[in-house]
Design a protein around this ligand. Structure first.
Ligand code: PXL
Length: 284
């Protein structure tokens, strides 16, 4: 019921940061541009995102999650994909897990981006308890997309402040898989002067990587743009490795386009300048 065979339907579960280009306000335009039907579950409404702003407002919508999902269940609304991102700390994570159980079936692809930390530090308000909750949710997913910091914190490990090599990244992936994760795409990997992603495709039991030159620009929401594009390609039928590579190329190009404007536009990527290239050509 309520399924359109011409489109994939994806539910995004994350906050709305009214200003700042992250979470829902990037996932929605990107997934729509890629031809997918989007449904949103806002988990909180913030006046801005929490990176580089002070005094922002937060309206936690935890108490709306159960009634919304119960209504969807009653109405017969289902999803090809559920993609979770930034979630509030505490019982929200278990309510999101309950929502996933309520509205997904065996064909629903669960993608978890445990957005909570970067560059060795938690975002404002998060801690080791939240990392443990995100690990639990990631173990439920078909694909998880932590950055290196999030991967360390989910494992209860210290972030390697003094750098790391490729063997360390392979070890992180091994430990995440041993702990119960399935496919993984580790983002923001910087080894040997290069920057990129290292993934593990659980269906093929194979590690893959994609590196390119580093563009130094710590811009909030970059991970959200990456995962949204990757999910879009996976839903279009592309294999995980190709989807991750295409998403990394898109992010690299968008960072390059944003870079000259960083002084006036430091709070997010100028993805509006590049989104056109995500639109499928006729017949795709
Ligand atoms: O995924 C990035 C993100 C999403 N939502 C909020 C944030 C951030 C990063 O800081 O603050 C509210």
């Amino acid at each position: 019921m309520y399924h359109t065979p011409i489109q994939k339907r994806v539910l995004t579960v994350e906050d709305i940061s009214c200003f700042g280009k992250c979470s829902t306000t990037v996932a929605l335009p990107i997934l729509s541009a890629m031809g997918h039907e989007t449904v949103i579950l806002p988990t909180a409404v913030l006046s801005t995102h929490t990176g580089g702003f002070t005094g922002y407002t937060v309206r936690d919508l935890t108490d709306d999650i159960r009634p919304i999902s119960e209504h969807w269940k009653k109405t017969g609304i289902g999803f090809d994909c559920i993609y979770t991102g930034y979630l509030c700390k505490g019982r929200q994570v278990s309510l999101v897990s309950e929502l996933i159980d309520r509205v997904s079936d065996e064909n629903t692809l669960l993608v978890v981006d445990p957005a909570m930390a970067d560059n060795g530090k938690f975002y404002w308000g998060f801690d080791a308890d939240h990392a443990a909750d995100m690990m639990k949710l990631s173990k439920k997913s078909a694909i998880a997309t932590p950055n290196v910091t999030e991967a360390c914190f989910m494992l209860g490990e210290e972030y390697p402040e003094n750098g790391y090599d490729r063997a360390y990244i392979d070890g992180l992936i091994e430990r995440l898989v041993k702990a119960g994760c399935r496919s993984l795409v580790l983002t923001s990997v910087h080894c040997g002067g290069e920057y990129g992603v290292v993934g593990y495709d659980a269906d093929e039991n194979r590690v893959f990587s994609y590196f390119h030159e580093r563009i130094d620009a710590p811009i909030h929401g970059t991970g959200d743009v990456f995962t949204s594009v990757m999910v879009g390609y996976v839903l279009s039928g592309k294999p995980l490795e190709e989807s991750a590579r295409l998403a990394a190329d898109y992010v690299r190009e968008t960072v390059r386009v944003t870079y000259p404007y960083l002084a006036e536009h430091p709070y997010g990527l100028l993805f509006e300048k590049t989104i056109g290239r995500l639109i499928p050509k006729d017949g795709e």
